[in-house]
Unconditional design. Structure first.
Length: 408
């Protein structure tokens, strides 16, 4: 509860009038002071009245691509029995207030208000809760309360359709690397027998040792395993306008397009971030990969690992580098050691052109390395033999260049 400036003035005047009236024996001043104090008390009681409202909100839809339309529908029902609600409510849509008039809302009735949700920026937009400010008629006291739950609208990056997907990579017996769409079956693991398994897949020797039937699991190693590495270092995307780095938005669109194309073809895919505790691609190939791309933001280069003492932090190097290469170098080392796939797609901005040497070191572990650089003023050199570099201005141009690669 907040007392307005008018209320403070009236309450102070009431105290002065009461003190003067009783001290000097002026009944009229004491009467005015008493009336002022009673007016303030009545204002507090009026503002403290809590309307009984049932608030329901529905986002249609609650997950959209950037630029698509979304509408928030708010239904407010007066569940009280005595008074009509005559209020001005305010809903929060991101950082913007939205007025919701509740004029003469009789008991047992409801009203519905709809308003568009701004989706021009990728991210998660928090909406609500409904905030109602109670005021008395004299404007002496205000009391704000929240009604209903909050909601979220997820704004995904745009997905550009990709017609081409990488072919499978498998090593033949004579040591060469052959590209085939499917067909190489390799033993992967053992598991317990379940009804319906073929008996020819039972591993009898292990079954005899453990005392129950064990079945061989096989893996098609020729299927391409795609790793999408998104560079979310702030230094890699230095051009920020109105709080948005368009090169990073384009990189997110490219990542969403590649992952969507791989899932369409039922290919295993992992989505990784440069500045993040390494999670081995957890959630990268799930249907919720767009949720992950909706919440990702640019991070300082010193995030994603244990803090270093101040005397061990190297100063930024000139020449347009995204940073000192620490987070990217750490991720590439882990990718080389653990080898999550055979096709690596690295998406970055103009501030990381000098960091591509780290990707060249992965050519031994990843036969196919594709680098997408967005918003660069000059052409990006390949940096290593066999590395494919795509210079694009936005996600649409990246999709066109991707489909034009002859190596798929």
């Amino acid at each position: 509860m907040t007392i307005t400036a008018r209320g403070v003035g009236l309450l102070s005047g009431a105290a002065v009038l009461l003190l003067t009236g009783f001290w000097f024996g002026y009944a009229e001043l004491a009467l005015l002071g008493t009336a002022s104090a009673l007016a303030t008390a009545c204002a507090v009681g009026y503002a403290a009245w809590r309307p009984r409202l049932d608030v329901t909100r529905v986002a249609e839809p609650d997950r959209v691509a950037r630029g698509e339309s979304a509408v928030m529908t708010l239904t407010v029902r007066n569940t009280g029995r005595l008074r009509s609600a005559n209020l001005i409510a305010e809903d929060r849509c991101g950082s913007q207030p939205v007025a919701v008039p509740l004029l003469r809302l009789r008991p047992g009735h409801d009203t519905t208000v709809s308003y568009p949700v701004p989706t021009h920026r990728r991210g998660v937009i928090p909406i609500g809760p409904l905030r109602i400010v109670g005021r008395d008629v004299l404007g002496l006291v205000t009391l704000a309360r929240s009604h209903g739950d909050a909601a979220q609208v997820w704004v995904y990056p745009r997905i550009h359709p990709l017609a081409a997907v990488p072919a499978g990579v498998v090593r033949s017996l004579d040591g060469r690397i052959d590209r085939v769409p499917h067909g190489s079956i390799t033993f992967d693991s053992l598991r317990e027998y379940v009804v319906g398994d073929e008996l020819r897949r039972v591993h009898w020797r292990t079954s005899a040792k453990v005392g129950e039937l064990m079945v061989r699991e096989h893996l098609d190693t020729s299927l391409p395993r795609i790793v999408v590495l998104l560079d979310n270092r702030a230094g890699a995307h230095p051009r920020v306008s109105d709080g948005v780095a368009e090169t990073f938005e384009s990189a997110c669109e490219a990542a969403a397009s590649v992952v969507a194309a791989a899932l369409r073809e039922d290919l295993p895919v992992s989505l990784l971030l440069v500045v993040e505790p390494y999670d081995g691609g957890q959630g990268g190939g799930s249907p919720h990969f767009l949720d992950r791309l909706a919440v990702v933001t640019l991070q300082p280069a010193d995030r994603g690992g244990p803090p270093r003492p101040a005397d061990q932090v190297e100063p930024p190097q000139p020449g347009g580098r995204g940073d000192d290469g620490g987070p990217l170098l750490a991720v590439t080392r882990r990718l080389r050691q653990e080898r999550h796939g055979d096709t690596l797609v690295f998406l970055t901005g103009p501030g990381a052109q000098a960091d591509l040497g780290h990707l060249g070191a992965l050519r031994g572990a990843y036969p196919s390395v594709v680098v997408g650089v967005f918003g660069a003023d000059r052409r990006t050199p390949a940096g290593a033999a066999g590395m494919v570099v795509i210079d694009a201005a936005d996600g649409t141009e990246f999709a066109a260049e991707w489909d034009g690669i002859q190596r798929w």
